[in-house]
Write a protein that binds this ligand. Structure first.
Ligand code: COA
Length: 377
């Protein structure tokens, strides 16, 4: 135990290592590893289901294991009826992340394995959550359009089914490939704020739904996963490419943050950016995507020129989502639909670590104040 007088406050927990993990490593030099694999070696060569398996089971699957896992996920892509009804009755103006947070919490009430918190039950629960979070997102979207969600197709892969259920139309191969890459890139990222929130909740031996609910509430904030929606608001706010310079310089002159830029850990390019920029380049035969891409390139140049900071995962992800036809209020829900695999992997790892995450705080308030009863205040 450290003496109180020797303790230091580390504001924002910057650089504090709160626990050990084997799941992912965020190297400030601009590299990201999942279970020791550089993401550059994975993205474009694996499906998202393969990445999810890797995170949860801590090794790459064989073809047979992957086939079984994909079938498990696809057969778990259904929601209890009361959850579908609840989504249908939420006010239309409500942000999808509010609804997602509530409905994930509610899933606990319908968990077929109840209070079985064994390792095997938790692995099955993890797979159900990986499958059901996207279905909640699809159901929110479809019910706003007064449309139903199509049944998943057993012959489709997991990400393919997600797009199909979200959009109600069979995606083409290029769209499915984009989603595999997007979801793989968003699947895990060390002790980011939402994952840490999930681990804190799990560290009290609380259940997986509670941990994921904490994570969703944390991801929603614009300094974290909420940033991509703000990126699109900014891009929509800039009418023409020629206006980028004045707009961005204005924000920087006013000491405002440019959404989708900066990172707590990386001091070099975020390794995910080049992949997401590549996705957007692949899709830039669409006029709107090309226009957004050109604006992004200009913003990147100006922000780097003035502040030496790079775009993070949320910057080009916004344009990639837009190109897939996802409305901007669903950008963060798509992030959650991918990060769920990292969250559940970390929750399982936290259960194994079996230690309460509970930091100290430096009290800077007063002592020995004189109490005055309410009638005399
Ligand atoms: N726009 C403009 N300036 C920024 C910036 C941004 N997006 N991000 C960081 N900076 C500036 C900071 O103001 C700070 O300037 P200072 O030294 O003059 O005070 C400097 O860059 C270093 O910032 P840093 O300490 O590295 O930031 P942080 O670790 O406290 O915060 C974020 C990290 C992600 C919260 C921050 O970069 C941010 O708010 N970005 C915008 C939101 C976003 O895109 N979030 C998604 C993250 S994946």
């Amino acid at each position: 135990m450290i003496k109180e007088s020797d303790r230091v406050v580390v504001r924002g927990l910057r650089d504090v290592e709160a626990a050990e993990t084997r799941i992912s490593y965020v190297d400030f030099n601009g590299f990201l590893y999942y279970l020791g694999y550089n993401i550059d070696d994975l993205v474009g060569r694996v499906t998202y289901a393969e990445v999810a398996y890797l995170l949860v089971h801590k090794r790459l699957p064989t073809q047979r294991e992957l086939d079984n896992f994909r079938s498990e996920l696809v057969s778990d892509m259904k929601l209890p009826d009361p959850i579908v009804d609840s989504i249908k009755h939420t006010p239309k103006h409500c942000h999808p992340m509010h609804i997602l947070r509530t409905e994930v919490s509610r899933l606990a009430e319908y968990d077929p394995e109840g209070n079985d918190f064994s390792e095997a039950a938790n692995l099955r629960r993890a797979a159900r959550l990986i499958a059901q979070v996207p279905v909640i997102v699809a159901t929110i979207h479809r019910s706003r359009l007064n449309k139903t969600v199509p049944e998943p197709k057993s012959e489709f892969g997991f990400s393919e089914n997600y797009l199909y259920m979200f959009k109600g139309a069979i995606p083409d191969e290029s769209e499915t490939n984009v989603l595999h890459r997007y979801m793989s890139l968003h699947a895990d990222h060390g002790f980011n704020a939402s994952t840490f929130a999930a681990r804190v909740t799990a560290s009290t031996n609380s259940d997986m739904y509670s941990a994921v609910t904490s994570a969703i509430g944390t991801l929603k904030g614009p300094l974290h996963g909420g940033a991509s929606e703000k990126v699109m608001e900014m891009l929509d706010d800039i009418n023409l490419e020629e206006e980028v310079e004045e707009y961005v310089n204005g924000l920087l002159d006013d000491q405002k943050k440019i959404m989708g830029f900066g990172h707590r850990v990386y001091r070099a390019q975020d390794p995910r950016t080049k992949h997401l920029r590549g996705i957007v380049e692949d899709l830039s035969h669409r006029d709107r995507t090309l226009d957004l891409y050109n604006k992004c390139i200009k913003i990147e140049e100006i922000v780097y020129g003035r502040r030496k900071i790079y775009p993070n995962v949320d910057f080009y992800a916004a344009v990639a989502m837009d190109a897939l036809g996802v409305p901007k209020e669903f950008f963060t829900p798509f992030f959650a639909s991918s990060r769920i695999s990292g969250w559940v992997a970390h929750v399982i790892e936290q259960y194994e670590d079996a230690v309460l995450l509970r930091p100290a705080s430096k009290y800077v308030g007063e002592f020995n104040r004189t109490f005055v009863s309410i009638e005399n205040r």
